[in-house]
Design a protein around this ligand. Structure first.
Ligand code: OGA
Ligand code: NI
Length: 356
């Protein structure tokens, strides 16, 4: 018997339809995509346009890094970070750990199957609306910080180095996140520790990890690996596979590819930073495309405010900008639940918090 109970947001513990693993579909050798993965023509990856300028690259060791980062946060909501101080070996071990999970036999991965209540574990969709379009990708999602939020039983038990490699990478990323929050604070004219505080203080800053696996796709031009969305939290740190394009960001009205730079980290500003900065910063809408010849992986770390924190524009940012708070205050938990229920929808969630 399946017991479906609802939490206060009305989300059941079961997905509305049986879950298909994209990896399994891909490995079955199908030549034509099932209908549920086929997007309307205007939403397909072939709608990519070229931007005259590429995604900004910030060299953390260079003298002009602040200037490049300032305009990237305001105009793009995304930049690639080089010379960030995280050793190459730590990056490659973390990518190998993620790969190790998807290389496990399907029966073992299924032990970690997730549900829409927490999303933690092995998943293949976002949103619980019956019949929605599906993305050509599987993921493994879990919380890393605060340590009390880690669910040990959701971490793969039979991968000896998984925990060590991911923990090591995430502790480096955590240091980098605090550094970036300090830089963003000062850039916004706030006291250096302001954003860390607005995230709930150092101990409460959330880090979650999402490993994405995009199998080879027989008809990549008809589908996407990940639908257009903004990340709901503070900001996001991504390692993508070398030598393989896939991530794209929307700049004004065109989709721009984020080309792989070996050892670089991609930093994507997310919705809570747009709100806290009162729109001085913008969260970047992004999506992922898939390939016929090669599978692609990415390792994504979300840096989030504590779930209970009410997030609204910081007074100093309001004063420095338009003098009026443009976004409604809301707790991060409430906001995240909206997306988890409805699924991804471009920038519509953050835009809906704007008053008139
Ligand atoms: C995400 C994401 C991009 C990628 O997981 O939120 O945007 O390239 N991933 O996989
Ligand atoms: Ni994202």
């Amino acid at each position: 018997m399946v017991v479906v109970c609802n939490n206060s947001m009305g989300v059941g513990v079961e997905w509305p339809e049986p879950v298909e693993r994209v990896q399994k579909l891909a490995e079955s050798g199908i030549q034509h995509l099932p209908q549920r993965y086929i997007r309307p023509p205007q939403d397909r990856s072939s709608s990519l346009s070229l931007s005259p300028t590429g995604v900004p690259v910030v060299d953390l060791s260079a003298g002009n890094s602040m200037k490049v980062m300032q305009s990237a946060c305001r105009e793009w909501g995304v930049f690639q970070l080089v010379n960030h101080g995280i050793p190459d070996t730590v990056l490659s071990s973390a990518m190998n750990a993620s790969r190790g999970f998807f290389d496990l036999p399907m029966s073992e991965k299924q032990l970690y199957a997730n549900d829409p209540l927490t999303y933690e574990g092995y998943g293949s969709r976002v949103g619980v609306q019956k019949g929605i379009l599906l993305d050509w990708g599987d993921y493994f999602f879990h919380h890393v910080r605060p340590l009390s939020h880690q669910k040990q039983h959701k971490w793969p038990a039979n991968l000896p180095h998984f925990r060590r490699n991911i923990d090591e990478y995430c502790s480096r990323v955590f240091e980098l996140c605090k550094e970036l929050l300090g830089i963003f604070s000062e850039d916004l004219g706030l006291p250096k520790g302001c954003l860390v505080e607005r995230f709930g203080g150092e101990e409460q800053i959330g880090l979650s990890c999402r490993m994405n696996y995009y199998p080879k796709c027989p008809q990549p031009e008809l589908t996407l690996g990940l639908s257009p969305h903004t990340d709901p939290g503070g900001f996001t740190v991504i390692i993508q596979d070398d030598n393989l394009c896939g991530l794209q960001v929307k700049k004004d009205v065109v989709w721009v590819s984020v080309p792989p730079i070996p050892k670089a980290l991609i930093i994507i500003l997310a919705d809570q930073l747009e709100v806290l900065s009162n729109g001085i910063y913008t969260s970047a809408e992004h999506r992922a495309t898939v390939n016929k010849e090669r599978e692609r992986m990415s390792l994504v770390v979300f840096c989030n405010p504590d779930g209970e924190m009410k997030i609204g524009p910081v007074e100093e940012a309001v004063a420095a900008g338009r003098g009026k708070a443009l976004y409604e205050e809301m707790s991060f938990n409430q906001y995240r639940q909206l997306i988890r229920t409805v699924g991804t929808k471009g920038k519509s969630f953050v835009n809906s918090r704007k008053g008139s």
